[in-house]
Write a protein that binds this ligand. Structure first.
Ligand code: ATP
Ligand code: MG
Length: 561
């Protein structure tokens, strides 16, 4: 389904090849995508989804969808549903392998008891701030908690009472007993369980102790028989702990592999920051077309195949980098150019009357649906005496390099006729109506006498066109790295002009036959899609991206240099 262009094998696939050669997992390849349901997924997650599900597909293995729902405070059912919908929409299938980390709580508890019984975990009474203080830092070794040498019996008793709800939040924790002077801070007796009297979206009030990420994640991977546990680079120095827990328990041990997360210019990519934009009403919900969320991109008109192509082309590496938003848009255009049917629509209408065209007459003109794909056929568009064209396709006093309509000048109406402007009607100095004549001999847009015009403009028939609201989008932020500015709140860099709503557009009648989320091109204006808020009487369109490809242009200039 994707382009067949060759992409060199990345280091993760090389590791898998090697493991298959040595038969490390008996030739099995089993990955997982493990989102925490504390927000909607973004394009960075799409990279991880394409990687994990893509690898499973290529190696004829499996990929699980697993909700890492170990933190009751921030997790919601709405997020679970949105994630399920997004992964499906991207084109991936976990079959019957949908898992929830919270379903493993009883097993994780048993494992914790096992570590206590082997002297590898203890209950600590130090409050949180003292745990931090005792941990030391990169230059200063930590020191042992006074509770570190409790007997196994006492630890077992206290941990069971923690679970039974005898203690308040923060009163006690369970910690792994590793090494308080370990050069890796993560290994200085990390916390495994904390007390939290909070309801969980799945387990309800069954638990008041909740496992920490580092403790839980490796167990989840192990229980599911994952072979390659792929995560982002910030977990690299958590890997020794991942390994320590699994070795200490002596259970099946997957391999953690880290890769660089995707960063994009002119946006923010963390759920924590996206939540601020949503909660603060800086955007209209998680699926606002300006957000880099998968739901937002879907509503903006990005296609799953374009997002997959983008993820494939950015590749997978071991070092952090930032990808140009233009490159994402370049891939969106490339995909839509092949697949999107063409229509005509006028965003800022200017009325024109063809004086020599019979009043009351309508004719149907033939228009090509997609010049890139003859298989998409053609359609009829109605033409009549009164039309709308784009306001900026006319200038009363045009400068030298302006070739569109002007008094006395002839241009081509796309798929229709040559017209010439004969008169301009103005109100408050602004053109509000043009009078034109047409040349009946130029039907289809070509003159039999061979005369040429310098421009072709789009139009709609006034009485046939349907009104629409069109939303045009610009970058959400005014600077490339809004989250990376020291001492500044990223929201200071929000672009106040990121949304422009045009409420008086006129579009080709065929647009009424489209459904929510359908993608198409308005000739000369860009790619668009039908907003899901559209009703029978109110058509709302989103502009996905303009036609001009600034990324391709940059690449050409860069190559010349
Ligand atoms: P965020 O910081 O946006 O909340 P997260 O890493 O906390 O992201 P999770 O729900 O824990 O989000 O992520 C699920 C999976 O997606 C993880 O394996 C994570 O490494 C991966 N992931 C998250 N962000 C990116 C990114 N920008 N690029 C690539 N993979 C990512
Ligand atoms: Mg997270």
């Amino acid at each position: 389904m994707e382009s067949t262009e060759q992409v060199t094998k990345d280091f993760i696939r090389e590791i898998i090849d090697e493991d298959n050669k040595t038969n490390k997992y008996n030739g099995r390849v089993h990955t997982r995508f493990p989102p925490e349901p504390n927000g909607y997924l973004h394009i960075g997650h799409a990279k991880s989804i394409c990687l994990n599900f893509g690898i499973a597909e290529e190696y004829k293995g499996f990929c699980n969808l697993r909700f890492d729902d170990t933190n009751p405070a921030k997790e919601e059912q709405e997020y679970v549903q949105s994630i399920i919908d997004n992964v499906k929409w991207l084109g991936f299938d976990w079959e019957d392998r949908l898992f929830f980390a919270s379903d493993y709580f009883p097993q994780m508890y048993e494992y914790a008891l096992q570590l206590i019984k082997t002297g590898k975990a203890y209950v600590d009474d130090l409050p949180a701030d003292q745990i931090t203080e005792y941990r030391g830092n990169l230059t200063k070794p930590g020191k042992n908690s006074p509770f570190r040498d409790r007997s196994i019996e006492e630890n077992l008793d206290l941990f069971q009472r923690m679970k039974a709800g005898e203690f308040a939040d923060g009163q006690k924790v369970l910690r792994a007993k590793i090494d308080m002077s370990h050069p890796n801070l993560n290994m200085r007796d990390p916390v495994m369980y904390r007390i939290l009297h909070a309801s969980h979206h799945r387990s309800g009030d069954a638990w008041c102790i909740y496992p920490m990420y580092d403790w839980a994640h490796g167990l989840e991977d192990s229980l599911e028989g994952i072979t390659h546990s792929i995560c982002t680079l910030e977990f690299e120095n958590h890997r020794p702990l991942y390994d320590w827990f699994l070795d200490a328990l002596g259970v099946y041990h997957p391999q953690q592999i880290e890769f660089a997360r995707l960063n994009l210019t002119y946006t923010v990519m963390s759920k924590r920051l996206l939540l601020q934009l949503v909660d603060g009403n800086f955007v209209c919900g998680w699926d606002d077309p300006r957000l880099p969320t998968i739901s937002g991109m879907r509503r903006r008109g990005y296609s799953p195949s374009a997002i997959r192509l983008f993820c494939k082309r950015i590749g997978v590496a071991k070092f952090n980098s930032i990808v140009d938003f233009e490159f994402l848009e370049h891939n969106i255009r490339e995909d839509l150019n092949k697949t999107a049917p063409r229509f005509m629509g006028v965003l800022r209408p200017l009325k024109i009357i063809i004086d020599n065209y019979p009043a009351g007459q309508t004719e149907e003109l033939e228009a090509v649906n997609n010049p890139e794909d003859p298989g998409m056929g053609s359609r009829k568009i109605p033409f009549s005496q009164t039309l709308y064209i784009e306001q900026d396709d006319f200038m009363e006093n045009p400068p030298k390099d302006y070739y569109r309509l002007a008094p006395g000048r002839e241009v081509r109406l796309r798929y229709a006729y040559f017209i010439k402007c004969t008169d301009v009607i103005k109100k408050d100095g602004k053109p509000i109506e043009l009078h034109c004549t047409y040349d009946p001999a130029t039907k289809g847009g070509y003159a039999p006498d061979g005369r040429k015009v310098k421009s072709t403009i789009h139009w709609v028939s006034a009485s046939h066109a349907i009104p629409a609201e069109t939303r045009l989008y610009d970058r959400l932020f005014t600077i490339a790295d809004p989250a990376g500015q020291k001492g500044a709140d990223f929201k200071e860099f929000l672009n106040p002009h990121s949304l422009e709503a045009l409420r008086d557009c006129r579009v080709e009648p065929a647009i009424a036959t489209l459904n929510a989320f359908d993608r198409f091109q308005f000739e000369r204006l860009g790619y668009f899609c039908v907003d899901p808020s559209t009703t029978k009487n109110a058509l709302v369109l989103n502009r996905t991206v303009e036609l001009r490809d600034s990324w391709a242009k940059h690449q050409k200039t860069a190559q010349k240099k």
